[in-house]
Unconditional design. Sequence first.
Lengths: 425, 320
Amino acid sequence: MMRTKLISELKPRREITPSITGAKMMTGNVAAAWAARLAEVDYIPAYPITPQTEIVETLSQWIALGEMNAKLTFLDSEHSMLTAAGTSSLAGARVFTATSSQGLLYGFEMLYNIAGWRAPIVLVNVSRAVAAPITLEPDHNDFLSTRDTGFILLQTETCQEVLDLILLAYRVSEDHRVLLPSIVNLDGFHLSFTREPVKLPDVEEVRSFLPTYNPPYPFRAGKPSAKGVAVLRPPLYSFYKYQMHLSSLNAIKVFKEACDDFEAYFARRYDVVEKYMVDDAEYVFVMMGSFTSIGKKAVKMMREEGLSVGLLKLRMVRPFPTQDIRRALEGKKAVAVIDQNISPGLGGTLFAEVSSTLYNVEKKPRVVLPVIGAIGGKTLSVDEFRYIVELMMKYEQRGEPEPILLFREDELREVESLLKLGVGE
Amino acid sequence: MSRTRFSTLKDLLGEDYVEPGTPLCAGCGAIIALRLFHKALGGRVVWVNAAGCITLLIVYPFTPLKSSWMYTAMASAPAGAQGIRDALDILIEKERIPVEEDLKVVVVTGDGAASDIGLQSTSGAIHRGLDFYYLCYDNEAFGNTGFQYSAATPYGSRTATSPPTPLIPEGYRGRKKDLFEIWRAHKPPYVATVSPSHPMDMIRKIEKAEKYKGPKLFISISPCPPGWIIETMDTVKLAKLAVETGIWPLKEAVYGEVHHTYIPRRLKPVEEYLKIQGRFKHLFYPVRRDDVIAKIQREIEEYWRIVYDKELGKEDSGLT
């Protein structure tokens, strides 16, 4: 069912240069909009929410200026927006949409539907912590709440990655071996409103990398079809859910193929995970998103001090890159999973997933340390990474660690003074 | 309504797009309206559905429809229609599909989905001027889940969640939400009420609506044998009595301008309509509740007094 040839097999690879010549400064939001423009999406159902709004504003402007040929409709809610996203995809359009936090949750019912409809839309989620208490600052609870929906889930660290992963997401989602929608996540503020150099690929090359969407059974007058219909025989429901699961697993292979092709076209290399000084490390941090940049800096500094540390960044969260994680982490002394989300009463979501992935590995790390931090916009400092390494070394010797809730003294002092004001002490 | 494809009932024979043998209840009023709608609109249609009785029209792998079908969710069928309409428009504009592959987009939901949970989505679609049809089959309760009261349940009805008791002898104490007026307030090109007992009125309204680009919205009374507790053969009879007693006015509004398409010269007493339905039985047995019946009658008369004042005696009164 492969519909595109791997260009990497046909074309000699271009020389990879580290220069950022030709890059433009833009925010993560504008990079996301550029990806939609370069993917030549047909339809954008939209609804505003901070910190995502700049994406649909940018697209609105391009369409109004005639620079982009797509239809953009502002719906009455994210629930309606996602409904329209799904049905328009089933009618054969390439669909882009974006939201954040409360908006994602408001439309949540439709995420399961879009995936079940096998409608390969790309949804950009600009992470923002979920109310209550209400805030604008980021964490990954909104993104990770979608983990069981059937969407392919991708995480980004830089504005360039935002653009590139959206293009890759279309390529993987629309592949008939997958046919599942994608969410590409970028951290609110830290990426959405941070300007970085972004290389814009050539539109002709993108067209070649990502040909027009070829829907399997679109709504057409000449070929009536019924979609989203009830299945009242329980084995049918299981059958379709298993199909989704197997198709999602296909996405790992399809993503890797697409990454090879992407590199051949655009000279940037991606994989389902990114290993930063992992191979020879004894202690490894596992995390995802824009905060990995801080983690990498900490790793580099500690390496210079002679500490054997590394960082494994998860780029793909669904399907879960089990094999890549196992191969990267087997034989390590200790692993610390840094969750920027919290499941109250359990701890972090990624910790549970990474731990279960490692449980059956023969040479599994002696300890997997659950760490929760950088929730609701709280930052991470290099010192905290040092502290986590100390804990890894401690628990490697003995003990059963409970989730560690990171809170620095300066932050605690700030909270205490605000609490005093709040309760009028 | 000068030029019409439907002059007499015989003209309704033509092609049927709903095959016999649906899983709906015997005597369902909704399927009559849906069949007539389909005849008027032809086969190039995609139905967009919200959760309700009609959802069970299609249970995998069977469909009685010769047309296309999209089940969405309870709250957002009009948004689903928006997505399909927008996609077809842009794909035709980009010449990716030929015009002949275009479809009419028709939302079909019950009163439960239409009256509140789906109201935001409908309001949005009308406000955006979406070119679509909406058929609401109004059985005046959440029929598919076992007849609980909805925002469209009329005063005095027994439902599974408004049982008449010594404390609440009249059953449902609320009022029926006026969906026609809510829709009309958006000033769409066309809004109408219809009844399966008046097929010519219904089909000509659909035919008339086709001339307009934008939202074209219909509410059909939909007698429901299990919920209304009536004989399955009495569906059309009940719908007809609803019109003749004046409790279900047949009307249309073109860009907000209301016009009644059938004005009963003399209203039959509403009692005739109520007393043959099990859901109103408690108004007659064991004690006759004249107060409740009179209240229902009074509201109907108040409604029609205004209509008579406005529309009777005028040139285009709609008298048939």
